[in-house]
Write a protein that binds this ligand. Structure first.
Ligand code: BGC
Length: 427
């Protein structure tokens, strides 16, 4: 509930923000009743612009082709990780004007914000009709379930604990892939001396810094205790959390000076053009590198697990559900059925940089990165991402992002720990 209230406050801040995408096309979200009548399916997401929208547009095209009688309205609101979209969505949901379906991360973002507020229809029947129960990994179904009912359909699985690096920069500077924090620091010092920014960051939207912090936490705590931390079973003043804050501070010594004016795409460009060596980003960055910047996987850029997190998989899953109170549930179920098909998942994910949520997708459609990630996903310990809404409520995440944002400029460990402790009851 706190999450919803906070989102509402945030919504007021961005209320003036019209929902237009990067190309300036008005997405028109919020100006009409969301479902827009029987023959229209309105898809609400934050997939706009470079690296984000290719997959969505390909999905929409295919769905349109198969359902010529239905009109699809793309109601995307720009802003990485849903920075603006989540607030616009909160306003619409509170005003009983839900979109036909909307992007929501599996885990607490779905459960604590929308299921807890009784805004979502269960989808167990849809899963049964489509014979999906063994087509999605059980852990993933659990992430989109609450009190034994399933509430959304996952379209992808992104990984958050990856570092992408510029291969040429590594080669030219004699850098080996660092596996530990100390190895990372040694490599970063060498790069810095050579005049290369070791780590690209673009925290114009602060979630990108929160991602780095959560990966340091994962490395320090290990997967079980990382999960316990966000369940409230380990305190934020635990010495390993304090150590994580210190290490996070150390990593910030290696970022680009203009980090605060860049978004995630802008920071990825620094690695693409060789001004920076590494980037910790979800693998939507892979989609951006390959599809937008035309870089080649394992030739122009490589990838490795965030130091200390090998064998773990920080999971970010984009899912879509069925809001209560819309006029066209049958049409929306058609779209959700499509979204859950191997056909749709294999159109979307190779473009998006993610792997399919389904276990029976066609591996040949994915590049080496995709294949490696699918293999890792099967073996790894899965942990929910904080920065992308799965580990804790929106209320906590908003405060964590604010605390991290302050830390990036002040680097005060005690203040960060105290802010997280204060926010913990909202998890
Ligand atoms: C979403 C991704 C998206 C990324 C950047 C994440 O929260 O899960 O689909 O590409 O944000 O906007």
């Amino acid at each position: 509930m706190y999450g919803v209230i906070l989102l509402l406050v945030l919504a007021m801040v961005v209320a003036a923000c019209s929902s237009s995408d990067d190309d300036g096309k008005s997405a028109d979200a919020g100006s009409k009743k969301g479902d827009g009548g029987k023959n229209q399916v309105e898809i609400f997401s934050w997939w706009t612009g470079a690296g984000e929208e290719d997959g969505l547009l390909a999905l929409i095209d295919k769905f349109q082709e198969e359902n010529p009688d239905l009109k699809v309205k793309n109601a995307a609101v720009a802003g990485g990780a849903g920075t603006n979209a989540k607030a616009v969505l909160a306003t619409r949901m509170q005003g009983n004007d839900p979109p036909s379906t909307f992007q929501v991360h599996g885990g607490e973002e779905l459960n604590k914000s929308w299921v807890a507020a009784d805004k979502m229809e269960p989808l167990d029947d849809l899963y049964k009709e489509n014979d999906w129960m063994d087509k999605f990994p059980k852990d993933l179904i659990d992430l989109v379930s609450n009190d034994g009912k399933i509430y959304s359909v996952p379209v992808d699985i992104h990984r958050g604990n990856v570092i992408f690096y510029n291969k040429k920069v590594f080669e030219e500077n004699g850098i080996d892939v660092p596996k530990t924090f100390d190895e990372f620091v040694t490599a970063a010092d060498k790069l810095k001396k050579a005049g290369v920014t070791p780590l690209a960051m673009g925290d114009k939207e602060s979630w990108t810094a929160t991602m780095i912090f959560e990966n340091v936490l994962l490395a320090e705590l290990g997967p079980d205790d990382y999960i316990k931390l966000f369940k409230g079973d380990i305190a934020f003043d635990d010495k390993r959390v304090v150590e994580s804050a210190k290490k996070f501070g150390k990593l910030l010594d290696y970022i680009n000076d203009d980090h605060a004016s860049r978004n995630w795409q802008d920071s990825a460009q620094l690695v693409a053009n060789g001004d920076a060596a590494m980037l910790n980003m979800g693998d939507w960055a892979k989609g951006y590198f390959v599809n937008d910047l035309k870089l080649k996987t394992n030739k122009d850029f490589g990838y490795f697990a965030f130091p200390g997190t090998e064998g773990n998989f920080s999971i970010i899953t984009d899912t879509f559900g069925l809001p209560k109170g819309i006029d066209n549930p049958d049409e929306v179920k058609k779209f959700l059925t499509f979204l859950g098909s191997t056909e749709a998942q294999d159109i979307f994910n190779p473009l998006k940089g993610s792997i399919p949520a389904r276990v029976d997708a066609d591996e040949s459609k994915y590049d080496e990165y995709g294949k490696d990630t699918m293999a890792d996903f099967k073996e790894a310990s899965l942990v929910p991402s904080l920065a992308h809404g799965s580990a804790a409520s929106e209320g906590f995440l908003t405060k964590a992002n604010q605390a991290v944002n302050i830390f990036v400029t002040q680097k005060d460990v005690d203040t960060l720990i105290q802010s997280l402790k204060n926010a913990a009851p909202e998890m």
